[in-house]
Write a protein that binds this ligand. Structure first.
Ligand SMILES: Cc1ncc(COP(=O)(O)O)c(C=O)c1O
Length: 414
C-alpha cells in the first residue's frame, strides 16, 4: 500500500522542486495569463516529450515492422522498448508473461478488452460486475459485450458493482457477497482506480480480497497513471487500461496491460494498420519524465492544491462540492480525494460558470462529465490539477468564485 499522506500539504513548502518542473511545460509558460485546470481531460506535455517526438520525426520516422532499412528497424525497436517502459512504469508483476497493447486511449482500450477478450471468455449463464456510477467508458463496453454475446445466443448477467450509500467507495462487503453467491459463474469484474468526478481513490487494492483469487479484474486507470504511483503488483488486477494523453503523451495514445494469468490469453484480433509511432515514442518519453519528476511528489502536490481549493469552497455558501466527505488519508477504510475537485454553484449553471471562469483565464471542465451517480455530474464544474499548477492559481480561482458568490441574491460568503 502507498504511504499515507498526513494532512493538508503546506503548498508553499514544496515550491523549490515544483517551479523547475512547471517551467518545462511550454504551453504553460507561453500563456502566463491562463491557468490550465483540466488535466483530467488531457494533460499538458513537458518539453522532453515534445523534443522526443521532434527527434523521432526528424531523425528516423518510418513504419514499424515493414522495412529493411535503419529507420524502419529503429521504429520497430522503439515500439518494443516502449512496451517494456510501460511495464516497468506500472511495476508489472508478470514481465515475462504480460502483454502491452497500444490503443488511442482508455475508451478504445476497454472496448478492446470487451470485444477481443471478454466475448471469447464468457459462456451461457456467466456473470460479470461493472461500475455503473463510474465513467461510461467503463460500463458501455461491457454492455456491448453482453449484447454481442446475446446475438450469438449466449446469455450473461451484468451486475452493478455495489457502492456504499454515503460515500463514493465501492461496497466491498456487498461485492464479496455477490461473488460468494455467484461462485464460479462470476467471471469478470471492472473497477476504476480514481473517480473522474469525485476524485475519489476507489481503494481498488481491496477488490481482490472481495472477489477471491480467480476472478479477472479490469482496472480503469485513466485518472491515476501519471498522477500517483500505480503498482500493479500490489493491486493484483488482470488488466490495466489508461490514456497516454492524460499521462503527458500525445493525443491518440493509450495502453492495455494484460497480466495473462486468469482466463485465456489477451490477443487483440483483426487487421492492424500502422501504429501511432510518434504517439508511442511520446508515451515512452512521458513515462521517463513522470518517473524522474516522481509520481509520489506529484500526488502530494496535487492533493495539497485540491485541499486548498476545497477549504476555500467550504467557506462559500454558494458552492456545493461533490463528494465532500472524502478524506486525505490513505487508510484503507477512509476514502482519499486526489487532486480533482468537482463542484457547482447553487444559482449559476455549469456552462455559464465555465464561460465566466474562462473569461478570467481559468480553464476548467464544465458540464456533462460522462456519468456518475444519476444527475450529479450534469451541472457541475471540474477542476483537475497537475504538477504545473500553483497555489496562486487556486487562489485566483477562489477569488473569482468568491466574487460570484456575492453576485446572487440569497447566496454569499459564510
Ligand atoms: C475514469 C475515466 N475512464 C475513461 C476515460 C476515457 O478516456 P479517453 O477519452 O482517453 O478514452 C476517462 C476520460 O476522461 C476517464 O476519466
Amino acid at each position: 500500500m502507498r504511504t499515507p499522506l498526513t494532512g493538508p500539504v503546506p503548498a508553499a513548502g514544496l515550491r523549490e522542486w515544483q517551479r523547475p518542473l512547471r517551467e518545462q511545460f511550454p504551453i504553460v509558460t507561453g500563456h502566463p495569463g491562463l491557468a490550465y485546470l483540466d488535466s483530467a481531460a488531457t494533460a499538458q506535455k513537458p518539453k522532453a516529450v515534445l523534443d522526443a517526438v521532434q527527434a523521432y520525426l526528424t531523425g528516423c520516422n518510418a513504419n514499424a515492422g515493414r522495412g529493411t532499412y535503419t529507420w524502419a528497424n529503429r521504429t520497430t525497436a522503439l515500439i518494443e522498448e516502449a512496451r517494456e517502459r510501460v511495464k516497468a512504469f506500472l511495476g508489472d508483476p508478470a514481465p515475462g508473461r504480460s502483454t502491452v497493447w497500444f490503443t488511442s486511449g482508455t475508451t478504445e482500450g476497454l472496448r478492446t478488452v470487451a470485444r477481443d477478450w471478454l466475448v471469447r471468455e464468457l459462456s451461457d449463464g456467466d456473470e460479470i460486475a461493472v461500475p455503473f456510477a463510474d465513467h461510461e467508458a467503463n460500463h458501455l463496453p461491457w454492455l456491448e459485450a453482453r449484447d454481442l454475446l446475446a446475438e450469438r445466443g449466449v446469455r450473461i448477467t451484468v451486475h452493478p458493482v455495489p457502492y456504499q450509500q454515503d460515500s463514493h467507495d465501492y461496497d466491498l462487503e456487498a461485492l464479496a457477497a455477490l461473488a460468494a453467491s455467484a461462485g464460479e459463474r462470476l467471471r469478470f469484474v471492472a473497477v476504476t482506480h480514481v473517480h473522474h468526478v469525485y476524485g475519489a481513490d476507489m481503494n481498488v487494492h481491496r477488490v481482490r480480497e472481495a472477489v477471491g483469487p480467480d476472478v479477472p479484474i479490469c482496472l480503469d486507470a485513466a485518472q491515476s497513471v501519471g498522477h500517483l504511483p500505480v503498482d500493479l503488483g500490489a493491486l493484483d488486477v488482470d488488466f490495466a487500461v489508461f490514456s497516454g494523453h492524460k499521462a503527458m503523451a500525445l493525443p491518440g495514445t493509450g495502453v492495455v496491460w494484460a497480466r495473462g494469468l486468469r482466463g485465456g490469453p489477451f490477443r487483440p484480433g483483426g487487421w492492424q494498420g500502422t501504429p501511432n509511432t510518434a504517439g508511442i515514442v511520446s508515451l515512452r518519453a512521458a513515462l521517463d519524465w513522470l518517473d524522474a519528476a516522481g509520481t509520489a511528489r506529484i500526488e502530494e502536490w496535487t492533493v495539497g492544491l485540491g485541499v486548498r481549493l476545497t477549504d476555500g469552497l467550504s467557506r462559500l455558501d454558494a458552492y456545493e462540492v461533490l463528494g465532500c466527505g472524502l478524506s486525505l488519508t490513505a487508510d484503507s477504510t477512509v476514502q482519499r480525494r486526489q487532486g480533482l475537485v468537482t463542484f457547482r454553484h447553487r444559482a449559476i449553471g455549469a456552462n455559464d460558470l465555465g464561460f465566466i471562469l474562462a473569461s478570467h483565464g481559468l480553464l476548467v471542465r464544465a458540464d456533462g462529465l460522462c456519468q456518475a451517480r444519476a444527475g450529479e455530474s450534469d451541472a457541475s464544474v471540474r477542476v483537475s490539477l497537475h504538477v504545473h499548477n500553483t497555489p496562486e492559481e487556486i487562489d485566483r480561482l477562489l477569488g473569482v468564485l468568491s466574487d460570484l458568490a456575492d453576485d446572487r441574491p440569497g447566496v454569499g460568503r459564510r
